[in-house]
Design a protein around this ligand. Structure first.
Ligand code: FAD
Length: 464
């Protein structure tokens, strides 16, 4: 057993851990990263963001091939299996691992592959994958161990037809009918992916609306398009029990309904990866969801230990985890790179894609803000017509007196890219945050960004 000394040890090599390690190295610290997987990249690369986005992209391409009249000259529409599209995701994962491994190597970050736990507030024990044990001693430690699907005790996840968002990536066939339990972001994204492959999906929602944090109009649009793709959405339902059979799964709902399908995908909640860290040894306690509390500097209750990413809870997004990891290391090394991450855009890769930033109409109405609305429908825009992507809309909410942008809500082609233009203007100080930017600035044509100009004129036309 060897003992290694570092300035900083980072637990977890996902987005939060990677950027924390790189920021600490740039500040001249000697850094090591520990991950229990044999490859770098974290759950983000291997199980979450990357595979799901790559799957979605492949399914969109299949849908385009099957619906675009141009391709009908080549032949009949084709069906593809889930394992087929999974192969294209695997290729992206490999490339991501290779890029990320390069970042660690180039920056001389040492890597240890094994399960980490605390012996005291400066010492980490690593049980390596080869059975060896290593001891890492560090001045500072950053916990970036991420999260995993939440497993209620009364559901048998060892049943071969019961999957979660990790194990669904091992399915070796395409179910004909699939129950997705949980209609949060992950549930809705997988509903889009499977329905895009022609699978009949029952999407079970515990609430009365899909993704109720979204602007109502966008949530309604998502419901419409999912239903249009054969997804049966069942609101206000809760499971009583899940019965695994040899030939399927039966979902028994508290409402008395029973639904049978070939498989069930559980997408209801996540839990922080803190159970193997031995937090009790250092006097830290995770909450009921396995998450660790931090202050605005990403410092935990132990002054030399920081935490970032999914393990600290909201918003549990890779986008935020990158900034949180950088900020945690920034607070620690005091190199001016700290920023408390509290303003995160929403990017949801359903079909259609959704993205938003700022207030919704309901929030502004509730707060009695005199706002106005400007809209651009993609079906009328040249770039969307060229791309054969008529579904979608950009909606800008702005103050009717100051013309300040208050919210940007978008669904359809490139929504998660489009939103950043609105975000940039919204983040300007004082009078620089103005709807007028979009009419006083020449945008490339034809582009999806042109939607801002169209929506701005639409909004201004409503003023009197
Ligand atoms: C299906 C799905 C789709 C998603 N899509 C998006 C999206 O489109 N956009 C977005 O922004 N976010 C998305 N997310 C969320 C995103 O994946 C997470 O927010 C992100 O991975 C969190 O990064 P992290 O650095 O906190 O940790 P993770 O990526 O979870 O990595 C943590 C690493 O630490 C390791 N680890 C855990 N415990 C230990 C231990 N004791 N010792 C050593 N190593 C340990 C883990 O094995 C893992 O490798 C998605 C998530 C899922 C599940």
């Amino acid at each position: 057993m060897a003992v290694y000394n570092y300035d900083v040890v980072v637990l977890g090599s996902g987005p939060a851990g990677e950027v924390a390690a790189l920021n600490a190295v740039k500040a001249g610290r000697k850094v090591a990263v520990v991950d229990d997987r044999p490859l770098l990249g974290g759950n983000c690369t291997h199980l979450g963001t990357i595979p799901s986005k790559a799957l979605r992209h492949a399914v969109r391409q299949i849908m385009q091939y099957n619906t675009n009249p141009l391709f009908r000259q080549i032949g009949e529409p084709r069906t593809f299996s889930f394992p087929d599209v999974l192969k294209s995701a695997e290729r992206v994962i490999e490339k991501q691992v290779s890029s990320r491994t390069g970042y660690f190597a180039r920056n001389r970050v040492d890597t240890f592959f094994g399960t980490a736990s605390f012996s005291d507030e400066h010492t980490i024990q690593v049980i390596c994958r080869n059975g060896m044990q290593e001891t890492l001693v560090a001045q500072n430690i950053i916990i970036a161990t991420g999260s995993r699907p939440y497993h209620p005790a009364d559901i048998d996840f060892t049943h071969p037809r019961v999957y979660d968002s990790d194990t669904i990536l091992t399915i070796n066939h395409t179910p004909r009918r699939l129950i997705i339990y949980g209609a949060g972001v992950i549930g809705c994204e997988y509903a889009s992916i499977f329905s895009g492959l022609g699978v009949l999906v029952d999407l079970i929602n515990n609430r009365d609306q899909l993704l109720s944090f979204l602007d109502d109009e966008i949530s309604d649009a998502l419901s419409y398009h999912l239903r249009n793709s054969n997804v049966l959405i069942r609101h206000n339902e809760e499971y009583e029990r899940i019965e695994g059979l040899d030939d399927g799964v039966i979902l028994h709902l508290k409402s008395g309904k029973k639904i049978k399908a070939d498989a069930l995908l559980w997408c209801n909640g996540r839990t922080g990866n803190t159970d193997r860290l031995g937090l009790e040894t250092i006097g830290l306690k995770a909450n009921a969801r396995g998450q660790i509390e931090v202050d605005e500097h990403y410092r935990t209750g132990v002054s030399n230990i920081y935490a970032a990413g999914d393990v600290i809870g909201w918003p549990s997004l890779a986008s935020a985890a990158y900034d949180q990891g950088r900020s945690a290391a920034g607070s620690m090394v005091e190199n001016g790179s700290w920023r408390f991450v509290d303003d995160v855009p929403t990017g949801i890769y359903t079909i259609p894609e959704i993205s938003s930033i700022g207030k919704t109409e309901a929030e502004l109405t509730q707060a009695r803000v005199p706002y106005e609305v400007g809209k651009a429908f993609f079906k009328g825009m040249a770039r969307a017509q060229i791309a054969v992507e008529p579904v979608g809309m950009l909606k800008i909410l702005f103050h009717r007196e100051t013309l300040q942008l208050l919210g940007v809500h978008c669904f359809g082609y490139q929504a998660s890219e489009i939103v950043h233009i609105g975000q940039a203007i919204m983040n300007q100080k004082g009078e620089a945050n103005t709807l007028k930017y979009f009419i006083n600035t020449t945008f490339n044509f034809p582009t999806m960004a042109e939607a801002y100009r169209v929506a701005a004129f639409d909004g201004l036309n409503r003023l009197f």
